[in-house]
Design a protein around this ligand. Structure first.
Ligand code: ZN
Length: 303
């Protein structure tokens, strides 16, 4: 009897110790992942309607078909720094409410013709029923736009606007419920145009592959989650269901979940968001190239 009681007490003690250690480990993990306190943008990023990774019903069940050849993206706007905050605020608001992507080039085409229109209004007007950017000729069919000088067929033909529907071959690289765009493609900076999109999210947030592809580079030389120079820790993936090459930068130390040469699928977690390299707060630098040309990665995402 005494033996049984001893065994019982020993078992209870063991369980208590194991529970304590488990919770301690969990706290350690949280503190490691939460090392960066500049995640202000990420903390304000919450909206129940935001697309998780780019599927209409908040799941990972989008289907993507193989594209033969890749389309060009909308030409970027020069001297665009004046529009930075208006545009980024609009893109965040719209994407977080589940809408697709509209380029700054498209918004300014109408805004410059009529500055009484708001960026948000033009943004929504330029989305088609399938939630992707309309052909400009279709926007021009709307009553609000049809009499504008920029809506004559010759004006459209001589503009630098894309007048076809772009194929959407990517999903979002992070869950947009917990992320906020902080910099857009070809945004003017003092030393260069930013050749990618920056998406702020808490350190430790999953980064997923936007395409089916093969991992071409895994470079994790940075062992602490603090800014330094360049891309910091990064992964590059060559897509196999399109012709794009995608670079994910500033990743969290030791968070790579793929190896060079490995095949990856849409939505597969490849690493975690971090703050390594030339970074002033935890974020993902999402850079896309086609051959050796930088392209607008956001325009390729299926909303
Ligand atoms: Zn960047």
């Amino acid at each position: 009897m005494l033996g049984k009681i001893k065994a019982f007490i020993a078992t209870i003690l063991l369980i208590v110790v194991m529970l304590y250690l488990a919770s301690h480990e969990y706290q350690n993990l949280l503190s490691v992942l939460d090392i960066n306190n500049k995640d202000i943008a990420a903390s304000i990023a919450s909206n129940i309607n935001a697309p998780r990774f780019g599927s209409g019903n908040n799941g990972n069940n989008q289907t993507f078909s193989k594209t033969n050849g890749t389309n060009t993206t909308d030409p970027y706007v020069s001297n665009n720094h004046n529009y930075k905050s208006s545009y980024i605020n609009t893109v965040n608001r719209q994407i977080k409410s589940g809408r697709g992507y509209v380029s700054l080039n498209r918004i300014l085409y109408f805004y410059n013709a009529n500055p009484n229109l708001s960026f948000d209004e033009i943004y929504v007007d330029n989305l088609d029923t399938d939630n992707t950017q309309k052909k400009i000729s279709d926007t021009c069919k709307m009553d609000k736009y049809k009499n504008m000088s920029v809506c004559t067929s010759s004006a459209i033909a001589s503009s630098n606007q894309i007048d076809y529907k772009q194929s959407k071959v990517f999903n979002y690289p992070v869950d947009m419920n917990n992320a906020t765009i902080t910099s857009f493609f070809m945004e003017n900076r003092s030393y260069e145009n930013h050749k990618a999109w920056d998406i702020a999210a808490k350190s430790g947030t999953d980064v997923v592959s936007v395409c089916d592809g093969v991992v071409s580079t895994v470079n994790f030389n940075h062992s602490s989650n603090y800014p330094s120079r360049g891309y910091g820790n990064y992964i590059e993936i060559k897509c196999t269901d399109s012709d794009y090459r995608v670079l994910y930068a500033h990743l969290y130390p030791n968070s790579a979940q793929v190896r060079t040469g490995e095949s990856v699928k849409h939505y597969q977690t490849i690493a975690k968001v971090g703050n390594t390299g030339n970074s002033t707060g935890s974020h993902l630098h999402f850079e896309v190239q086609n051959s050796n040309t930088y392209v607008d990665g956001m325009s390729l995402i299926k909303p």
